[in-house]
Structures are given as C-alpha cells and as structure tokens.
Design a protein around this ligand. Sequence first.
Ligand code: FES
Ligand code: FE
Length: 455
Amino acid sequence: LRSERFSPGEDFGQFVNLRDGWIDRNIFSDPDIYQEELHRIFARSWNFVAHESQLPNAGDFLTTYMGEDAVIVSRHRDNSIRVFANSCPHRGNKVCFADAGNTRRFVCNYHGWSFDNAGELSGMWAEQAYDEGDIDKSQTKMMPVAQVASYKGLVFATFDPDAPSLENWLGDFRWYLDMILDNEEGGTEFVGGCIKSEFSANWKFGVENFIGDAYHAGWTHDSGTRATTGGAPFPEIDMETSYHASINGHGWEFGTEGVGDIGLLGSPEVMDYYNKIRPKMAERLGEMRSKIFGSVASCSLFPNISFLPGISTFRVWLPKGPEAFELRTWVLVNKAMPDELKQEITKRVMLTFGPGGLFEMDDGENWSNCTTVNRGVATRRQLLHYGSGINRRIDNHPILPGTVYRGQYNDSNQRLFYQRWVDLMETKSLKDLPQRPEPRMASRETRELTGVSAI
Ligand code: FES
Ligand code: FE
C-alpha cells in the first residue's frame, strides 16, 4: 500500500508552513500521505485504548483500533492490562467480534485456535494435524503491542519499542490534563457505553477543531447554543484573558475567568456541583487551574484524542481511509459525583455531542465538506490559511506551561499540532523526537507531575 513517493526522511514540512501560517490541502485527501500517516504516526504514537474503569475485573476486555490496526485490550488475571492485535497468527482472521465483555479465552472462528487474556496460544482444535516440531506455541501468539502505560485512568499503547515514555510523550501537558483527570479525590470514570458514529471526513479535521477552534463555536453553534440555553447566545470570548497552550502537539484552549462551557450544558445542577468543589479544586490544583476549569475550553491530545471540559465528552477519531473516520465517544465524569448528576451529564452530552446532538451535526457537515472540496484537483493548488493570532505568542508566561498564545480566537494550537505532525512524519526513529517546547516547569502553581504507571 505504501507508495514510492515518500522516502524515509522525506520533507513533509513542504505541506505545512508554520512561519507564515498555511497548510497544503493535499494532506486531507492524498491516499499516499494517508498511508504514511498510518505507518509514521499511528503505528508509532501512544494511542488511547481504554479508560481503566472499562476493565475493572480480571477477564474484562474491549476491542478498538490503533490507527487501522484492530486490537484487543484485556485485563489479565495478574491485574495488568494487555493489548494485542485482534488477528489470529494462523491465517489472520479477526478473533474477537464483541465490543466488550468478560472471557477467559478468545477462540478463532476459522480453525478453532484459542488464546488467553494475554493473547498466548492456549489451545488448538484437532491438534493431531501438527507433528512435533511443526509449531512453537510460545512464539505463535496474537501480536502484542510494544508498550502499554496509563496516566490517571487513561490507558495508552504503542506499537513502537522506541517510542519515548508516556511521561515524556505527554510532557508538561499533564499540568492541563490534571484539570480533567484529577480535579477531585477519586479520579474519573466512563459512564454508560461507547457511542460510535461514522463521518465522511479526514480525521485531522476533528482533532484540529477540538484542539483550538473556539472561533467556529460562536458562529457554527450559535443556533444550537440558543436552543439549549433557552435563547442565550454562545458566551463571548474575552481575548485578553483567554489562551491557547501547546505541548508536544497536544493543545488546550481556554479562558481564565471561568465562564462558559459548563453553562452551555444548561444544567444548574452541574454548575452548582462544580462551584461547590471549586475551593477544594483550588487547593488541589492551584487558583489558576480551578478558574480555567470553568471556562469555555476544549483540548486534543496528539494524535487523535479530544475532550471538552465542562461538557464531558471524551472521544477518539479513528482513521478509516483519507476521507473517513469513526468517532468513538464516551461520557467522562468524576467518580465522586452523585449518580443523578452523572445521569444528568450523560443526558446533556447526548443533547450536544451525541450522533444526534445539536453541535455534532453542525460540525460533521463542515468537516465533511472541507474534506471533499479540498480534494478538487485545481482547488488543491491554493493553500489554506492558518494564520490567526500568529504574532500573539507570550514568552515565559509566569504560570502557564507550554507554547502559549493570547486569545482563544487563534490558530496557534492547530499550527503546533501540524508541526508535531511534521515531526512524526519526518523522524526516522522516535528516539530522536524533540520535546516541544523544552519542558519549563518553573511555575509556583505547578506541583510535581507524576501519575504515569507502567501496566
Ligand atoms: Fe484462526 Fe486458523 S485463522 S485458527
Ligand atoms: Fe464544534
């Protein structure tokens, strides 16, 4: 499937000009570039595969994808989480067709080989077909990933033994992530099941929208906002007190004066809850982060994970070809919340960002049209403009880690996402992947960042 067009070390920077702020439209539809993304990005990155709350007991499993590679994520009897290709080492058949469940064995439909919770070959139908020496069972297993690790409930895996540790991959972005994952004692969980939907659009449009496109919200979602808030328009963004921050291609856009997203849910109960825990949150995370948490905000983790703080939708954009992706979404809540509130949040997430949600439908149509129209052979000659706020960088913000730009109407997180895209597309070995920017954890509100565990 790989073409001869791109040799190792190819200049992918030709598609992305960060200094002047433009992007080449070919990256949204070119099938060869898409194949290289699968090899160079998805087969090497830390991919989100599960929340620990989905696999509480030994034998629990779920199935998902890393790029287009089908995988099983399984809780082993030794309590570790194992991730291996959902493909039989005999003829390659898909072994597990369930979305999730609990089992001791995965049995292949084709010739009846069976595998344990670590993907090891544990049984063979009509084993007499094999003479001694025909098969080394210990080497004939469902292919395991190279590394698995978790950060405060989120489980990630990579096929690349040379990938930097998850701690390095996330870098100081953990300072922002902790607002979601560690704002209250007890951490988080997914409630309800997974919602899958399919879009005819390039996967990067979903990611770049959530990484920092507050700009579209007041326009695209104006009618949806009025419908859910009883007529109130989308909250106005204060450009002086709002920011974009990017670390290693992950990005968060937010205000620091605490208005917005939570209000969008239109639920006084949810707002009351957050306001009640805010003083404790300030003790835990510092004053600044307790205020950021209540603002209009959204974020993405490189390469394909997004979250809306306040609205509580957690999602991965799974690539299915250059012009298609499958969106998987869950509702992420604090474990300590009362059950009625978790139900209320779930209802509000469905109203806004489920497949029938008011905002999801607005977004999907835009992304789909961007993808198909960018494909036009003549249209592709024109570059796309990503220059908003290009001169608003703030060097050495006293508190906020990362590369920080002032103003939520800004393309900076998108530009830096595409810079990371170039890093991954060009780097021969992930051992050489740069930290962007250099870690800078001097802030007085920044405590020691820990929490990554090998599993
Ligand atoms: Fe799975 Fe043959 S393909 S047992
Ligand atoms: Fe949107």
